[in-house]
Design a protein around this ligand. Structure first.
Ligand code: DC
Length: 259
């Protein structure tokens, strides 16, 4: 067959497949821009307070897959900065510290040099300083690399802001989990009541709106809704309903990729 007659077949290849370029493939020595699905990755992105962690954990359990909390990794980097007293105005200082330590998400926990810091990274102080790691381009590159490595040889439900858009563009299923700021604030406000000095509902809502703004305007790895993501609005839905909806999508996609 002449190369000219092959052209329409070659050109239709990326249209027939649904996902973004994952690897180089060759056809009679010609490099093709092949889009292949990574059928062991499910991504869940969305704004703070949408319930991503709970839903991702439960979905991973139902699928018998691993769960990765990427927000925990950025939080652990901020904790390193606090422990080492870095100058937050010099981003390279934090990068240097992060390079000297290991951050790992495993067994639904976050580890810093094998120390389980899952509780410590949730303090308001760490939350406040996490923007310095999440906004740091070099730290993001390190995290993206770690996240991709942790997906090697295992099936993963991974949750964050950039998992479907940047880290795993060829994931089997990408979800964008959202809820209105008011509903998210209501849920956080209910959690606040367990604390000795709970924030008022207005304060919780203000913090939610502030974090949304930070997440969306981040110069690198901002929160975006991938064009090929399945949007799930959790307003008025129980956790179980959301997880079941996701599970149905994942199982259907898995079947499609097998057939
Ligand atoms: O999901 P979380 O609240 O634990 O995330 C902590 C912070 O890290 C949050 O401000 C957004 C940021 N983050 C990010 O920039 N990219 C991710 N993949 C995950 C979290």
């Amino acid at each position: 067959m002449s190369q000219l007659r092959l052209l329409p077949i070659l050109m239709s290849y990326p249209i027939l497949t649904r996902y973004q370029p994952a690897k180089d493939s060759f056809f009679f020595g010609i490099k093709l821009n092949v889009m292949s699905t990574n059928d062991t990755i499910v991504t869940i992105d969305g704004p703070a307070g949408a319930g991503k962690s709970t839903v991702a954990r439960r979905l991973a359990q139902r699928l018998n897959w691993e769960y990765l909390d990427t927000g925990g990794m950025y939080r652990a980097a901020a904790l390193l900065g606090l422990r080492n007293g870095v100058n937050w105005n010099i981003p390279a200082e934090l990068t240097q510290v992060v390079r000297q330590h290991s951050i790992e998400g495993r067994d639904h926990r976050t580890f810093l040099d094998n120390e389980d810091v899952s509780e410590e990274i949730r303090t308001p102080q760490v939350t406040q300083f996490t923007r310095f790691s999440a906004d740091n381009q070099d730290i993001r590159a390190i995290m993206v690399d770690l996240q991709r490595k942790s997906a090697q040889d295992r099936s993963l439900v991974t949750e964050g802001r950039d998992q479907g858009s940047v880290v795993f563009p060829n994931a089997l299923c990408k979800f964008y989990l959202t809820a209105s700021p008011e509903v998210r604030a209501q849920r956080r406000f209910a959690e606040e009541q367990r604390k000795s000095h709970p924030d008022s509902y207005e304060e919780v809502l203000r913090k939610i709106n502030y974090r949304d703004e930070q997440d969306r305007t981040r110069p690198v790895g901002p929160l975006v809704e991938p064009a090929d993501a399945i949007r799930i609005d959790s307003d008025g839905k129980s956790i179980d309903e959301v997880v079941s909806e996701m599970e149905r999508h994942v199982r259907r996609r898995s079947q499609e990729t097998l057939s």
